[in-house]
Design a protein around this ligand. Structure first.
Ligand code: DGL
Length: 277
């Protein structure tokens, strides 16, 4: 309801959409947005100096997320997409309080998509420690549907595997088996990939779990939701030209370019390092 009230406020459809993440992983979400909304100008913010968020306290993640939200609001964005699952899990309601534009997280779109496809109402959720310990997915799913069993597991090593590009080798398969075998025993039919990095490991996860277990990419579902909301409130950018994509980071890692291209599937230009107050 709050979102709809805010949407009615006059923001220019030509304003950019702001997206943020703890670092580079959110580029998987940005990639979905670029694909589904080619004419939108998008500002991506990656807090590369302070990642990971997944192992930090909710107070710290909230503080960082508020700082980034203020930065994006200063760039006159018409909407903010919290690509980071950890930040979406613990900080979303705080961000909505300080924002005069809608703030969209990844938890609800991912949960809705899982509920739409499950047949046996046994859903698995994987994410960072912060996301899993917050119970954000479980709570959201149960808000939408009471009679569902939700099984959650933190799969911390997947983040490093994705960043190192070890996505389809023996190590990745071994780690995936160790983390995910119990989901097969629990007979889930749907698994939510509740972390920005996990879609990079989709092939290996699917190989370990088998084709019958459906994988839900929360980022992809969020991109669809963003499009739906922009359409509904006549905020789609009317320009015919391709949208401009700008990237802001708080630190340049040595492997930034290589990792970011793997996550986004295309080279990135126009990256600026900034300091947050
Ligand atoms: N972006 C984070 C998430 O989706 C994963 C990486 C991190 O822990 O910062 O939860």
């Amino acid at each position: 309801m709050i979102i709809f009230d805010i949407m009615k406020k006059n923001k220019s459809p030509r304003s950019p959409v702001g997206v943020f993440d703890s670092g580079i992983g959110g580029l998987t979400v940005a990639g979905s947005l670029f694909e589904i909304l080619p004419n939108e100008n998008i500002i991506y913010f990656g807090d590369t100096a302070r990642l990971p968020y997944g192992t930090k306290s909710k107070e710290t993640v909230t503080k960082y997320s508020i700082e980034i939200t203020k930065f994006l609001l200063n760039k006159n964005v018409k909407m903010i997409v919290v690509a980071c699952n950890t930040a979406s899990s613990v900080a979303l309601h705080h961000l909505r309080k300080i924002s005069d534009v809608p703030v969209i997280g990844v938890i609800k779109p991912g949960s809705k998509a899982a509920l739409a496809v499950t047949d046996n109402y046994k859903i698995g959720v994987i994410g960072t420690l912060g996301t899993i310990q917050s119970f954000a997915y479980k709570t959201q799913i149960h808000k939408l549907e009471k009679d569902v069993e939700v099984f959650s597991k933190a799969c911390s090593l997947f983040v490093q595997l994705a960043e190192d590009g070890w996505t389809e080798n023996k190590i990745a398969e071994l780690v995936a088996k160790e983390y995910l075998s119990e989901f097969i025993k629990l007979k889930i039919d749907t698994l939510i990939l509740g972390c920005t990095h996990y879609p990079i490991l989709k092939k290996t996860i699917s190989k370990v779990l088998g084709k019958k277990i459906r994988l839900i990419d929360s980022g992809e579902e969020t991109a669809k939701e963003v499009k739906r909301l922009l359409e509904q409130f006549h905020l789609l950018n009317p320009q015919k030209a391709k949208g401009k994509h700008r990237f802001f980071v708080t630190d340049f890692q040595k492997k930034f370019k290589e990792i970011s291209e793997r996550f986004l599937g295309q080279p990135i230009h126009d990256v600026k390092k900034v300091k947050l107050n």
